[in-house]
Design a protein around this ligand. Structure first.
Ligand code: FAD
Length: 811
């Protein structure tokens, strides 16, 4: 931590430190408070009078702890927003709104409180919550150190010639000795009188006051009050006239009322951003579930046990639970959980809501409405679908259900219906919990986000981990008594202790449809690039909306947490009167399946062809870093290029190597409209522990360029497989070494190692096509150049070599 010259921590460090401590303390103190409440109410058994007294006293101290933590959080959160809001506040108005509270407190302490302001308004620069906290801290402090029957006086006055507003709190209490008047602003410093006081304190109040006042460009001094005790005097710069005019104009209008339906990803994002932009806004989140702002993406890792407590999925990086209290206290957002939005009255700008606990209905008025209603898993009405132990994995409760069935090794055979991403992630979690897993997929291959031959590589990896992958297989029914026992498919019956349905999600649009909002052709709510629905006062974001594909400009439905958050931010900015746009998606996706990363961005080859592109592809299997590094791992890339424009259209990456950074670079390149020629010369970083000298993506781009420039003609594994099956007359030429060949071979191939090829050309018939291959296609390419130079008329190279051959290999 940087220190000031005199080794005192600076004020911003104090605030950071306070924030950290407060976040750490909030949850334990609240828990202790609840436990004490339970004890005090004798819910855990009767208490003696003595015990009651002890619990009551502990509770008071706990209250003080809660208040301190809240104060710290409020101050830090108020100051952290200062840059974003700038702004002007009226100190007199803040005092007026707090006056009754101060008077009530004065009664408790048995002191007289007076507030004197000689003007209606005193404008200074700052934020309302920060100034309110400063005043609260000063008034509390004065009450604390003023004996019964004493006086506390708050005075606000202007010093126009100095352009200063002066706030002073004077009391008739114990006072602050002259030598300590500077020190009282140091963190944790308490005067001997304060230390001797029976009233609790930790010595942070005044240091916070100083931190805030410093931030606002003012000064604070302690002195002797004419009332006999201490006086704390603050001087703050007056706001400029132009700023005051703007504030008065804004004050004429009532605060922005924002109602948000949905409280998981997009909803809370909008709430937090709106409050940051317009602190006075009244923001309400309506969520029909119990849990808020949880990371649905982390659920598979909760099932596997890597995440040990579901609360971790709902916590900030600082470990603070993002529950209703957090949103209310820290974000100033009202949370209505277990509450369903039933109907939108667009004309009256109201939402009818229902409290799911007691069935009561009421209305919320809005200026802007945000729909973040997400998506629901598809549950097909296959016979037996309502048996026990058949789950969808969508929310925390689903994960709890699955965990309960797994606990104690109860579920041994688990069938996953659907070979999508959620099925894949859950598979790993189940296998690591000791289950035997079978994936059943109706289509000829799993993972539709990839091309078939790439998906097949992932299936091979799954099979190597003992997972059964049944493609071209349709589930017909589930059987069992109350709980599922077996899954009947068109290819036979599978025994099942549990079933996970992972066949996709459908956008939740019922509320929007009932309100007459436009819904797109993919089934998601239609929004413009500012995330506005067909009603300009209603916005939508996340899994409930239809997206636009950046490459094709066509509507698409790609429900992802990353997108939900970005869209939420854009919506919030526009809700608050700003201008921001969301350009669309490339369908960038990444997923971990055992030791493999699988990822893709942009168009697959199949999708590009379907859209009418003339396509060139390149497969590039290679180590993901310098091959001599012990950490190097295989990464298999496929890139899809528009043959006419040479633009990059899509990239897929699978394997144990680092696919994430290649996909992210590719997404950037595609969004920037780059050609493979530009991609091939990108200035990507290189050092042996991180990448090869020519990054995998650059190599893939160069393979594509070789093809586009006519230096190489490729042939896909699927075509060669078909040629072999149809017993086509061609030479399938393996140019690897005899040692490699002895380990693994492709059916129908002959071996002529590259080093001997030039001398053995006579062994290869010239009147037949030759398909060359090596381990990763480089030697295959070199062999093709030798053959072409020697006059062989028809030479093609197997795309991806033996490394990306997705069919049977011979040992
Ligand atoms: P949701 O998270 O679905 O939240 C919508 C909320 O709205 C729900 O809680 C619902 O109860 C509430 N609601 C709906 N209607 C009403 C109503 N009428 N009244 C009140 N409340 C209502 N994405 C990634 O980018 N990467 C990943 O790795 C990833 N992994 C995932 C793993 C799993 C197991 C799952 C289930 C999802 C994963 N996702 C991933 C997807 C990601 O979780 C979603 O895209 C994201 O949660 C969408 O957020 P949302 O706010 O739009 O909708």
């Amino acid at each position: 931590m940087p220190q000031e010259k005199d080794n005192k921590p600076d004020q911003s460090e104090i605030l950071q430190f306070a924030s950290l401590i407060a976040h750490q303390l909030q949850s334990p103190i609240s828990t202790i408070h609840t436990i004490l409440d339970v004890l005090a109410a004798e819910l855990a058994g009767p208490l003696t009078a003595k015990q009651k007294d002890l619990v009551a006293r502990a509770n008071i101290r706990c209250d003080e702890g809660v208040a301190t933590v809240r104060r710290m959080l409020a101050i830090v959160s108020a100051l952290s927003r200062r840059e974003e809001i700038g702004g002007v506040i009226d100190v007199a108005a803040i005092i007026r709104s707090a006056q009754t509270r101060y008077e009530e407190k004065a009664l408790q302490f048995d002191v007289t409180f007076t507030a004197e302001t000689d003007s209606e308004s005193f404008y200074v620069r700052g934020t309302e919550p920060a100034m309110a906290e400063v005043l609260d801290a000063l008034v509390d402090n004065a009450f604390k150190y003023t004996p019964a029957h004493g006086q506390v006086r708050l005075v606000v006055s202007a010093v126009p010639e100095e352009k200063i507003v002066r706030i002073s709190i004077a009391d008739s209490g114990v006072g602050i000795a002259e030598g300590m008047r500077e020190k009282v602003f140091e963190p944790f410093y308490r005067t001997p009188a304060a230390r001797g006081s029976t009233r609790a304190g930790i010595g942070l109040g005044l240091s916070f006051v100083k931190a805030v006042v410093d931030e606002l460009g003012g000064t604070v001094r302690a002195g002797k009050a004419d009332l006999g005790g201490a006086e704390i005097a603050i001087r703050l710069p007056m706001a400029e006239r132009s700023e005051i005019d703007r504030l008065e104009e804004a004050a004429k209008s009532s605060p922005l009322r924002v109602v948000i339906v949905g409280g998981v990803a997009a909803g809370p994002k909008v709430a937090a951003k709106v409050i940051r932009l317009v602190p006075r806004a009244s923001v309400t989140v309506v969520e029909k579930g119990e849990f808020l702002s949880y990371a649905g993406c982390g659920l598979p890792y909760y099932i596997s046990g890597q995440v040990t407590n579901h609360a971790e999925l709902m916590s900030t990086p600082m470990g603070v639970l993002r529950d209703a209290v957090f949103f209310q206290k820290v974000k100033n957002v009202r949370i209505m959980s277990r509450t369903e939005a039933m109907e939108i009255d667009r004309k009256g700008k109201r939402v009818r809501i229902k409290d799911l606990a007691d069935g009561r209905e009421s209305c919320l008025e809005y200026d802007k409405l945000m729909l973040a209603t997400g998506a629901s898993p598809i549950r097909p009405s296959i016979p037996g679908h309502d048996l026990g132990n058949i789950f969808c994995l969508h929310g925390v409760q689903d994960a709890e259900g699955i965990k309960a069935v797994l606990s104690g090794g109860k579920a041994k055979d688990v069938v996953i219906v659907g070979g999508g991403l959620i099925g894949m992630e859950t598979t790993e979690a189940l296998v690591s919990s000791g289950c035997r897993v079978t994936i059943v997929e109706r289509l000829p291959y799993t993972l539709r986000i990839l091309d078939p031959e790439i998906a097949r590589l992932v299936e091979l990896h799954l099979e190597s981990k003992g997972v059964k992958v049944l493609t071209n297989t349709t589930v017909e029914s589930f059987e069992g008594d109350d709980k599922v026992r077996s899954v009947v498919t068109d290819k036979g019956t599978l025994s099942a202790d549990a079933v996970i349905m992972g066949i996709g999600v459908r956008p939740n649009t019922a509320l929007a449809r009932r309100a007459g909002l436009q819904v797109g052709e993919t089934g998601g709510i239609k929004v413009d690039e500012r995330m506005r629905t067909s009603d300009p006062d209603i916005y939508a974001a996340g899994d409930c909306v239809e997206c636009v594909d950046i490459l094709t400009g066509r509507p698409c439905y790609v429900p992802l947490g990353s997108t939900a958050n970005k869209q939420g931010r854009v919506a919030a900015i526009n809700i608050c009167g700003g201008q921001d746009t969301f350009p669309g998606v490339l369908g960038s996706t990444i997923c971990k399946v055992f030791d493999y990363c699988l990822a893709r961005t942009g168009l697959t080859e199949a999708a590009a062809r379907e859209l009418g592109y003339k396509v060139t592809i390149a497969l590039a299997p290679a180590p993901d870093r310098a091959n001599y590094m012990p950490t190097a791992k295989m990464l298999m890339l496929k890139i899809v290029v528009d043959s006419d424009t040479r633009r990059l259209l899509g990239v897929q990456a699978v394997g144990p190597g680092a696919g994430d950074k290649r996909i992210d670079v590719a997404a950037t390149a595609i969004a920037g409209g780059m050609t493979v020629d530009q991609l091939a010369n990108l200035d990507l970083s290189y050092a042996p522990p991180y990448s090869p000298a020519m990054d995998n993506l650059i190599t893939a781009a160069n393979i594509a360029r070789n093809k586009l420039d006519g230096h190489m003609v490729g042939v896909s594994a699927a075509d060669v497989h078909r040629m072999l099956a149809e017993k086509k007359d061609f030479t399938f030429l393996d140019v690897r070494t005899p040692g490699e060949h002895a380990q693994i071979r492709l059916p129908g191939a002959i071996l002529i190692p590259l080093s001997t090829l030039r001398g053995r050309l006579d062994e290869i018939p010239r009147d037949k096509e030759v398909v060359t291959f090596g381990q990763i296609s480089l030697r295959g390419y070199e062999a093709s150049l030798i053959l072409r130079a020697a006059g062989f008329p028809q030479v093609r190279v197997l795309d991806g070599g033996i490394a990306m051959w997705p069919y049977e290999k011979l040992p």
